[in-house]
Design a binder for this molecule. Structure first.
Ligand SMILES: Nc1nc2c(ncn2[C@@H]2O[C@H](COP(=O)(O)OP(=O)(O)OP(=O)(O)O)[C@@H](O)[C@H]2O)c(=O)[nH]1
Ligand SMILES: [Mg+2]
Length: 647
């Protein structure tokens, strides 16, 4: 690559990247879902998020390693299909390749889809010679009976080609060697360049395709008995118009059922350990301290945190690995594929189903993921409706309500199934709401044409089960838990304080919750629940502990030694406390589930929406529209239930 342009040193992107004492900058580029982030991780030893679908990486990630006494800075880029087209995340990659002037560009190529991938390689070779091709996924190619002649390929392309299976670390050292040689100018790479002068735009496209096809055909041999047919059969079932939805329902139902029943025993154990015994211990430790310190620390901060851990850790530790396994296997894009048509008929972009899936983990992540949608109109629809994907913070509320109130309506043998069914039903209602609101927006304020695009189905990849469980527990479960703890500790303190600081003879919490009672009751909820939602704006995770603490403090029956103590309760007792002290009915539980699904996004998500849109109008809309819906829907169900005499 030519370094003779005087302005290179002033190029902000290059400056930014080189800072930090590295000798060379290595860009990792390639088509979507070819394993770039996995190669990046293998090179650097970092854990940048990878996932079996196109569009996992939407921004640039950086890391580094040392090899042969030189420091290499590595930049993981989002996938691009071509240097010539443009979508939001592709811009990031293209700009960097063309203006960031990396010293070496590693183009990660999917060995099972060589022809299409070579197209991009050829385009990059038009811009720079300093290229190393990482022929990745060779393990998968082998499984499919595909062999690639890397030496022939290297000769054709004029740059080094290294075979890798990045997920198992195969070929990474060789790749580092090639990078080193190219960076230091030790190999005479002369990339194949097409002569494109005098060609029209269309002819250029054809020329790239023709050349990519020729090179690919001359480099691969395919064993006729390839096992692609299994994949094809699976796809026929999983994306079938009818069976696709049946399988989808059963799988998700299975995941929740497994989560709910599997979490019961460890949850009980943690409960006894942390909430019951732990609380007694902490109180004893603080026995010499003034009453308000014991109260604030033991009954507020400690109990709030312990509760969140006991209730959230087991279900999350089961749910996330299961979900990640489905994702790595390649199932989630099939879900997106199934929902694609529905989104298109709602006037939204099909890729919205992908950002929606991300929202099931965290809405802030879902909002960021909407960057894969190019059209600003459709992206805005996806941002506003992401809230209806139930995030981590809300699953515990739904699971608890389902277990304690809905599951107990049927004989114990069926309780788990019915509880799981109720949670799935709310999740499905969330999808319906997403579609209806998307449709409404696209017919009114966000009118416009629906984009045509093709959603690519990634291949099925047998997941590495143990590794997946390990990383999803570390990456997702503990991260979410940590966030919950960070929120729960101060919330515990706030709840204890508003429960114990009195004004005019009763506590602040009592004043506020009484004030909110009329509204709460009209919504089939109560003042305490609304107060809890106010306290929980920073994080949904703490809704249930807040409700319990307040109910036990403020309800007609007083529990505990001092107000603000959330007593040690198992799931079954939780129900009876809410019924007896809080006056809860099944309607309260159902409406809490609905409210939880619909209400405004948490503060982190609101902030992310602001960062992504920079629009006060849309941030406000994305915040208040769900809240209005939550009020409207619960008001209606409460009214109907009362009319029908159920409540
Ligand atoms: N079998 C196998 N799977 C791999 C290999 N490299 C990556 N994968 C898997 O392929 C999937 C995609 O990997 P990523 O690293 O997220 O791909 P990416 O190119 O960064 O994807 P985008 O950021 O979405 O463009 C993941 O499920 C990886 O675990 C490999 O060498 N062999
Ligand atoms: Mg990636």
């Amino acid at each position: 690559m030519s370094h003779d342009c005087g302005s290179c040193a002033l190029n902000p992107q290059r400056l930014e990247v080189v800072a930090g004492g590295y000798d060379y900058v290595v860009a990792v580029a390639g088509n979507p879902n070819t394993g770039k982030s996995t190669v990046f991780n293998a090179l650097t030893g970092l854990r940048q998020r990878s996932g079996n679908w196109p569009g996992t990486t939407v921004t640039r990630a950086e890391g580094g390693y040392r090899f042969n006494g030189h420091g290499y800075k590595v930049v993981d880029l989002p996938g691009v299909y071509s240097l010539r087209s443009a979508t939001g995340e592709e811009d990031v990659a293209r700009d960097f390749l063309q203006h960031g002037t990396p010293d070496v560009t590693v183009v990660v190529v999917d060995a099972t889809r060589l022809e299409r991938n070579l197209n991009l390689v050829l385009q990059i070779l038009q811009v720079t010679d300093k290229v190393v091709v990482a022929l990745n996924l060779v393990d998968e190619a082998e499984r499919h009976g595909i062999t690639v002649d890397t030496r022939h390929l290297a000769r054709e392309l004029g740059v080094p080609v290294t075979a890798t299976a990045a997920r198992r670390g195969r070929g990474i050292t060789e790749l580092q060697e090639s990078i080193d040689l190219v960076a230091r100018g030790k190999v005479a790479s002369r990339g194949r360049r097409l002569r494109l002068d005098d060609l029209s735009e269309d002819e250029v496209v054809v020329a790239f395709f023709a050349e990519a096809g020729r090179i690919a055909r001359s480099s691969i041999t395919v064993d006729g008995r390839a096992r692609l047919t299994v994949d094809r059969m699976l796809d026929r079932a999983l994306t079938h118009r009818v069976w696709g939805f049946v399988v989808m329902g059963l799988l998700f139902f299975g995941v929740f059922w497994f989560t709910i029943t599997g979490a019961a025993v460890p949850s009980d154990f943690l409960y006894r350990l942390l909430v019951q015994d732990g609380h007694v211990l902490v109180r004893e430790l603080l026995s010499g301290a003034p009453w308000w310190i014991t109260g604030l620390v033991a009954d507020g901060i400690y109990l709030g945190t312990a509760w969140v851990i006991a209730v959230m850790l087991p279900p999350m530790a089961i749910f996330f690995p299961l979900f990640t396994l489905l994702e790595d296997f390649g199932y989630l894009p099939r879900v997106a594929f199934n929902l694609d048509r529905l989104f298109a008929s709602a006037g939204a972009h099909g890729k919205q189903s992908l950002s929606m899936m991300m929202g099931y983990g965290c809405n802030a992540a879902g909002v960021t993921a909407t960057r894969i949608i190019d059209s600003p109109r459709e992206r805005m629809i996806a941002i506003v409706t992401n809230n209806f994907s139930i995030c981590n913070g809300r699953w515990p509320t739904l699971i608890l309500m389902g277990t304690v109130f809905i599951g107990t309506l049927v004989p114990p043998a069926l309780a788990g199934l019915v509880a799981a069914g109720s949670v799935v039903l709310v999740a499905v209602l969330g999808i319906v709401t997403t579609l209806v609101v998307s449709w409404g927006l696209s017919k009114t304020v966000l009118r416009g044409a629906t984009s045509v695009y093709s959603l690519e189905l990634p291949p099925y990849r047998p997941p590495q089960v143990l590794r997946t469980i390990y990383t999803s527990v570390i990456d997702r479960t503990l991260k979410v838990l940590w966030r919950a703890i960070v929120m729960a500790a101060p919330a515990g303190a706030v709840i204890w304080l508003i429960g114990n600081v009195s004004v005019d003879g009763s506590s602040i919490a009592a004043h506020v919750s009484h004030g909110l009672d009329p509204l709460g009751l009209a919504l089939g909820l109560n003042g305490i629940i609304l107060l809890a939602y106010l306290v929980a704006i920073p994080a949904n995770e703490i809704i249930i502990p807040t409700i319990l603490m307040l109910t036990m403090t403020l309800g007609p029956i007083q529990y505990g030694v001092s107000s603000g103590v959330m007593l040690e309760l198992a799931d079954t007792e939780t129900g009876s406390v809410l019924v007896q002290a809080g006056g809860w009915t099944v309607l309260t539980a159902i409406n809490l589930m609905l409210f939880s699904m619909l209400h405004n996004p948490c503060s982190t998500t609101i902030l992310t929406i602001w960062k992504e849109t920079r629009s006060l109008k849309w941030t406000t809309t994305a915040t208040l529209l769900p809240l209005a819906l939550a009020f409207g829907v619960t008001f209606a169900t409460a009214g109907l239930a009362r009319l029908a005499g159920w409540a």
